[in-house]
Ligand binder design. Structure first.
Ligand SMILES: O=C(O)/C=C/C(=O)CC(=O)CC(=O)O
Ligand code: CA
Ligand code: MG
Length: 402
């Protein structure tokens, strides 16, 4: 048997047995959860019903991953080991092959029900750029920024799966030189390329920074669509509100944390030293390469590895006040921006507030999003033996206001 097993996938398929991201799918007669292998999905309810996998019934009758995610790390590890065996060892082929569905034949849904949604602000380059753009003349990084992972609570109910259309939001906006606000469709619609982490095992209080792996199930790609004109007028003093809550898109695949072991990368040096509750025994982030396409043209390649605050620190901070974490809690990294202009995770940075429009392959130029524009964010990370781990994509197209 080759390393790629009976499925005969290419050795470097980013969706080989080293990855195994989970999803939820639904169509008229067929609704359930699955795990991706190559360009197919193993129907997990069918696999559990036939006794091929034992997740304590967590896959049966479920159109969402929440129940399985709540089962905790020992169950995730056991199921992952079993799935690896089923999808590698030739003796399982006859039982498993009939349960594989081509991805093209299913409608991928939101993989989990989002409990709470939190968005951080953890890229120093992004925070510095936005500080300059939103608060010119002031110190771009506020005094708290290097002491705690700044974040805000978003709107869980408007998190949508990749492929969902994004209607241009309406709202109030007021440019500094205007006397009074006006109401209408956003004229400065933007994206934010991020990585989100989802809580599987709940907590009844603070999650210590070293307990990250016991609670976090996996990671998704996030596009935190942002209406900059609405945001600039409304955000002080309480932070982002309607400028970001109209929709947030996530990828349909939840990449298990276990698939990202080879992508662990030393976290950044943190100076000044952080308070004890943010100090991890093993201070690490993840080396995930993002790519942002605007109507097909690659406009940016944001590097997640450079983020100042790690996902473990974010979760510890989010709960340190005594708040518990629930299954389905989604917390996003914040916009991922590197130091170079073509590494920025938002268009307000990429075009410097519209001053430097980008040219797309079709010869047109853009500052902010037009109706009909499509943005697709993809991501990959290092896996075992030089093979990449695929995150797939999160994509969305802007439609005229509803
Ligand atoms: O600097 C500000 O006032 C606001 C910045 C953001 O757009 C907030 C946000 O969504 C955080 C992020 O994605 O990094
Ligand atoms: Ca954001
Ligand atoms: Mg959003």
């Amino acid at each position: 048997m080759s390393a790629a097993g009976w499925l005969e996938l290419a050795h470097d398929d980013p969706f080989g047995v080293h990855n195994l991201p989970y999803c939820a799918f639904g169509q008229e007669r067929l609704r359930g959860t699955g795990v991706r292998i190559g360009d197919r999905i193993l129907n997990l309810a069918a696999a559990e019903e036939r006794g091929l996998v034992d997740a304590g019934g967590a896959f049966l009758g479920q159109g969402t991953l929440n129940r399985f995610m709540s089962a905790g790390r020992p169950a995730w590890a056991r199921v992952r080991e079993r799935l690896t065996e089923l999808l590698s060892a030739g003796r399982h082929r006859d039982a498993v092959e009939p349960l594989l569905l081509p991805i093209a034949q299913v409608r991928l849904g939101l993989p989990f029900e989002v409990a709470d949604y939190v968005d951080f602000y953890s890229s120093q380059e992004h925070a510095t750029n936005l500080g300059r753009l939103f608060r010119p003349g002031g110190e771009p990084l506020l005094p708290n920024w290097k002491h705690l992972p700044v974040g805000y609570h978003g709107r869980a109910g408007t998190v949508v799966v990749s492929g969902t259309y994004i209607p241009r939001p309406h709202g109030q906006r007021k440019a500094p030189d205007e006397a009074a606000p006006t109401f209408g469709p956003s004229q400065r619609l933007d994206i934010e390329a991020e990585v989100g982490f989802v809580v599987g095992a709940p907590s009844d209080g603070p999650v210590a920074v070293d307990d990250f792996r016991a609670h976090v199930f996996g990671a998704v790609l996030v596009n935190d669509w942002s209406a900059r004109d609405l945001q600039a007028w409304e955000y002080q003093p309480l932070g982002p509100f309607l400028g970001k809550s109209f929709r947030t898109s996530i990828s349909p695949w939840v990449v298990p944390l276990d698939a990202l072991d080879a992508a662990r990368a030393a976290g950044p040096a943190q100076e000044p030293e952080v308070l004890p509750y943010l100090r991890a025994a093993e201070h690490h982030g993840y080396d995930i390469d993002l790519e942002v396409r605007w109507n097909g043209t690659v406009v940016s390649r944001p590097p997640f590895a450079g983020l100042y605050w790690t996902p473990a620190q974010q979760l510890a901070h989010m709960t340190v006040n005594g708040a518990w974490a629930r299954t389905g809690d989604l917390y996003a990294s914040g916009t991922v921006s590197g130091p170079d202009p073509d590494q920025t995770g938002s268009f307000i940075e990429r075009t410097w507030n519209g001053a430097r429009p980008v040219r797309l392959d079709d010869g047109t130029t853009r500052a902010f999003l037009l109706d009909g524009d499509t943005v697709t964010i993809t991501g990959t990370a290092p896996g075992p033996d030089g093979v990449r781990v695929g995150f797939g994509e999160v994509t969305g197209t802007i439609t005229k206001p509803e």
